[in-house]
Ligand binder design. Structure first.
Ligand code: NA7
Length: 543
């Protein structure tokens, strides 16, 4: 507790100014930034180390699909100048090493309690203090609670009959053993062909004796074009860092690359092709933003889809296999485009078989393998690349109780309801980072985390500066924001895919498009204007 900066009322003081839940990218920066404001901070982290998603997702082939030079903190020029990324797209071990370096460099670990999961967060209404309880029995009170739990941190394990009877090894991509796994000579099955499956399948195919890929829905993937960075490239990037960051902060997705200035439907065939070729060479997920109308106009989207299909068919030896790998159920980019290295080429290998679950669904797992409606696949290892209960999953696992005993889960029963993604009515001083109602996973999560953390830090400074106690989102501001997010999503093609952006991968979740789709730069402006206007849409509370 820092007595100078704490504006605690005469009533009992809180143990700390801020509790941060999670020590991933957002949580680490939150701790550093809040300390810089002179606040006392306690971070609770379920893992045994820092890193969040990069601590847990250790499957072979795990990489970020945002360029490493962009997917890194911008808050300290010295840090961004001193750290050397070895490749265009960093591997999970390299990102984790970077985050460990950050934790050491800023002496963060002393305020983090590891292997401690937050179970309950309850408001004491008279004092507007939060009481945060954990599974280790530790509880603290705080003036502010910041949820830095990440949108992709709650693994989804499908309820396949008999899964628990499997006598071999079951691995989930998001909980891969820390010592690695040797699959040499094994019969391996992979369920799931999202980003995780698509990254790991080529690596598993090289190790396994036989690999069966159980695909329910085909996905669009674009080659990463990954390569080592030369010292000259690194130097050039670092020399240009300020401009790179400026462009990223103003962009749609938090990276410096700009879309073509014209509609995909307004350019000549040659220009169209050239633009797509350039993005293809750039690699990865940015392919979905080659033209500004690609995600709003079906005809524009089709031009990208046709280009993509031609490229992908060209590398798959068997046209019948290619037919199965080409999505037909959603426009390109309406689920996050995957980024791969030799994914489609992997199906040309003799030891790899693609099983189409749309025609022959899995019926059950038995002790020795997987049954579909027409075959039994004997396996030594079954890999679940089945994704996450995304966006709201981790928050919903905690029992968060606000005003009048209302839980956040009850408040969000029909879908998340936030103002700017940050604040919720009935939950004063509880801030949710990079979750629903913000650009979230549609943006570069490192810069997004910094944007959110800085906003919250400044909001706390604002409150403390005027002797106020809390910010609480007004119900009308929440209703307007929820409507605005829904309207913006409805104006795109994003509603046409059964994506985890919509919670469509988890049974029982309401079908609501959760991220703010209006762009990272636009969103940054909106929240800055709200702050500049004295936190318009929030009630500023005094006791
Ligand atoms: P995703 O993208 O949610 O992919 C999960 C995959 O698992 C997807 O292909 C699913 O098929 C499949 N799945 C899930 N449940 C089942 C069952 N019961 N049977 C068969 N197949 C199933 O998760 P990822 O981890 O790959 O990626 C998540 C994000 O992390 C990614 O977008 C990046 O931003 C980083 P479905 O499509 O539901 O038919």
């Amino acid at each position: 507790m820092n007595p100078e900066t704490s504006a605690a009322p005469a009533t009992e003081r809180a143990d700390v100014d801020v509790v941060v839940v999670g020590a991933g990218i957002a949580g680490l920066y939150a701790l550093h930034r809040f300390r810089r404001s002179g606040l006392s901070v306690r971070v609770f982290e379920a893992g045994a180390g820092v890193g969040g998603v990069w601590y847990w997702n250790r499957y072979p082939g795990a990489r970020c699909d945002v360029e490493s030079v962009d997917y890194s903190y911008s808050f300290d020029e010295a840090l961004q100048q001193e750290w050397d990324w070895s490749e265009k797209y960093a591997t999970q071990p390299e990102i984790l090493a970077y985050l460990e370096h950050v934790a050491d460099r800023y002496d963060l670990r002393r305020d983090i309690e590891f292997e401690t999961r937050v179970t309950d967060i309850a408001l004491d209404e008279p004092t507007l203090r939060w009481r945060v309880a954990t599974d280790t029995g530790r509880a603290v009170t705080a003036r502010f609670v910041v949820l830095a739990t990440g949108p992709l941190s709650n693994a989804n394990t499908p309820a396949i009959p008999g899964l628990d009877t499997f006598a071999g090894q079951i691995l989930h991509t998001s909980h891969w053993p820390h010592d690695g796994v040797d699959l040499t000579g094994q019969r391996v099955g992979v369920i799931g062909t999202g980003s995780s499956g698509i990254q790991t399948i080529p690596c598993l195919a090289e190790q396994a004796d036989r690999l069966h890929v159980f695909q329910r829905t085909a996905n669009y993937s674009v080659p990463a074009g990954n390569r080592p960075l030369t010292p000259e490239q690194r130097q050039a990037q670092k020399a240009d860092y300020a401009e790179r960051r400026r462009l990223s902060m103003a962009s749609g997705g938090g990276s410096p690359h700009q879309a073509h200035p014209r509609s995909a439907l307004a350019v000549s065939e040659a220009e169209l092709r050239e633009a797509y070729e350039q993005r293809w060479a750039l690699g990865g997920v940015l392919f979905s933003k080659t033209f500004p109308d690609q995600l709003t106009d079906r005809a524009a989207n089709d031009t990208a889809r046709r280009f993509w299909e031609e490229k992908v068919r060209a590398v798959i030896a068997d046209p019948a296999v290619a037919d199965l790998l080409i999505p037909r159920d959603h426009p390109i980019g309406t689920k996050r485009i995957c980024t791969d290295t030799n994914y489609y080429q992997t199906y040309n290998r003799d030891n790899v078989e693609l099983v189409n679950l749309r025609v022959t669904p899995i019926t059950r797992v038995d002790p020795v393998g997987v049954h579909t409606t027409d075959a039994h696949y004997p396996l030594d290892t079954l890999v679940l690349a089945t994704g996450f209960d995304a966006m709201t999953g981790s928050v919903s696992k905690m029992n968060i109780v606000g005003r009048g005993g209302q839980t956040l889960n009850a408040a969000w029963r029909e879908g998340p309801k936030t103002y700017l993604g940050l604040g919720m009515t009935g939950f004063p001083n509880l801030f949710n980072l990079t979750g629903p109602g913000s650009p979230s996973v549609l943006a570069n999560m490192v810069l997004h985390s910094e944007l959110h953390v800085d906003w919250v830090a400044e909001a706390i400074e604002f409150l403390d500066g005027r002797g106020a106690v809390a910010l609480e989102a007004r119900p009308d501001a929440v209703a307007d924001w929820v409507r605005e997010c829904a309207d913006r999503a409805a104006g795109t093609l994003m509603m046409q895919a059964n994506s985890w952006y919509l919670g469509a991968n988890i049974e029982g979740r309401p079908r609501v498009f959760m991220p703010f789709v209006g762009g990272f730069g636009v969103y940054g402006q909106i929240i800055a204007e709200v702050a500049a206007a004295g936190y318009k849409g929030f009630d500023v509370l005094e006791l």
